[in-house]
Design a protein around this ligand. Sequence first.
Ligand code: DGJ
Length: 693
Amino acid sequence: MSIAVSEKSNVFLLSTKSTSYAFGMDDRGLVRHLYWGKKLLSADELELPSLTEVSTNDPVFEITPEEFPVHGGLRYKEHCLKATFADGTRELVYQYCGYDVEETEGREELVLHLKDEHYAFFMDLHYRLYPQYDLMERSVVLSNQTEDPIQIEKLHSAQFHIPYENLNFSNVHGHWGAEQQRFVQKVSYGKIVIENRRGISTHNHNPYFVLDRDATETAGEVYFGALRLSGNFSGVVEQTQYGETLVQMGLNDHDCLLELKPGETFAAPAILCGYSDSGFETMSHNLHRFALDHILRKDCRPVLYNSWEATEFHVNSRDQINLARKAAELGAELFVLDDGWFGERHSIQNGLGDWYVNEGKFPNGLEELIDVVKELGMKFGIWVEPEMVNPKAQLYQQHPDWIYHYETRVSDTSRVQYVLNVTKPEVRDFIYNMLDDLLTRYDIDYIKWDANRPISQTGPQRDVWYKHIQTIYEVVTELKKKHPDVLFEACASGGGRIDYGILGIFDDFWTSDNTDAYDRLYIQDAYSRIYPIKAMRAWVTDCPNFLSGRVIPLTFRYHSAMMGSLGVGCNILKFTPEEVELSQRMIRQYKEIRPIIQEGVFYRLDNPSANQYFLYEYLKGGQGVLFAFLPQSKVGHRGTTIRLRGLEEETIYVLHTAEGDLEKSGAYLMHHGLPLKLGGDYASTVIRFEKKQ
Ligand code: DGJ
């Protein structure tokens, strides 16, 4: 039983394999948080401490850790919900009216029923447990049973309380070409806010929180939560005056107003959260395993070739066929035709919205290329950017009112494009039908769905900040029902669209247009903290790299990209015979280790050396892979010692090193470690190992 209720003390104790979360109702009806941490044994042991205000300026509401603080009364900290009733009342007063324990698909979920004291406005707090992953999902469902509409001005899905000050908060910052740059900052008095106001997801921050007490990869306390929402989110971390830290996340209230009509309900996006007392590694493992088992589509992702960097907009049937032939020779399993195949798309100036095949570029139709790709034994993928339109496109000429706009304002273009108001039923239908036609008419296995600008001039509707992304989720979900074998890749100007909202709705995720193999080590490291490896698309591209100008050996480039779902984006028609041979070898090796990489357990290993080695391990069943990178050898030119993780101490493992096979026990490999010395710049190696039979 994961949910224990002490009727005696009105306390709820929710437990997973090794963690517990507790709260209770006091005699004034407040839902008060009690505990989040290592597993407890009994709800009966927990008590609600009696509360007295510190002073008249420090009222009880301020010092009470509430599960779902609302706007109203003597509450001045960050609240989760602010609503305005039809009569102008802007204060909420909730009452506890009971609970239910629901069981769906073998999972327990506690639903706590709260109701406004005066209005028929209901707030159900949901706590869904995933015991074997040490994870819980929290959310709230609002229901308007009054006769009038209710305006929801702010809605955060849950509040969490951490009983410490001076925590470390980590997230990522970044921009196009520099996504997933991890940062850590001390939490002190005041608030830290991370948010997205762009409508389309952002490269700037990612919707999750990680708060730790000086944790390392393998030790220390970590509290984390990931919001299941793309688009506009906000997250607030607040160290209070009373010895604790609050954190909450949900919809961004920036310019957003939701209206709940009589009889309507609204489910806020869930927060997938957890606690680890053994560092960041456990956090990543729990999230990864849950995502692999319950969110992402099964099966490994194919090795793809994407022609974007090779041809950009200069697409034509002959070149793409030549590239496809070469891609198949290298071992690619999926050929993706990127931007430039449709309408008058010769640059960023035109074409978006006109989703017909450009006859000049494909005089024999798209079928000619697709047939060759299929004959070569590959799957076929195609790029689209359905949410956008160029001003010059026929679609815009025919439907100027389909874009987000105000009648009295000029809508901004960005990358010479407008954003379509996908919340209009006719626009939504256009997008669905266009993609359905494309998938029905052609033998397409993979859609790369791009989105290259943020939303502006949303028009009078203030809920589009939320509804835009919900519509995209719906369209893709519906398309997948009709075309169940098609994989969908989410891309937004590189890696601008990855979060636990879109994960699973889409299947594959473009990590960044920054394909510099050295920069990627940092990007991938940060990405892997929260998101599963299978959802991390990584390409090998040409050198000098178009962004960094750096020249990195092809082997290092392959090794760096093999850490995720491997792809190739080079102009392979220019490959030398040596580069072809090396690519074939690498892709062959990747296919062998792919299940370990994409579905195994991932470890960011410690590097004890003064030289900056990047060390990673993947483990699945009795098989494993080690990756070691040395971007630059420095004074002293020291080697390192790789201390592996997750092995069985008494089992003997066979390691296939460049110097030959080695046999060592799990204990030796984990405690003593494997000495390794790489030399020169951009050195790298991949070592496979398995349990000795
Ligand atoms: C941005 C993406 O990140 C690229 O991979 C490519 O698809 C271009 N858009 C095409 O315009």
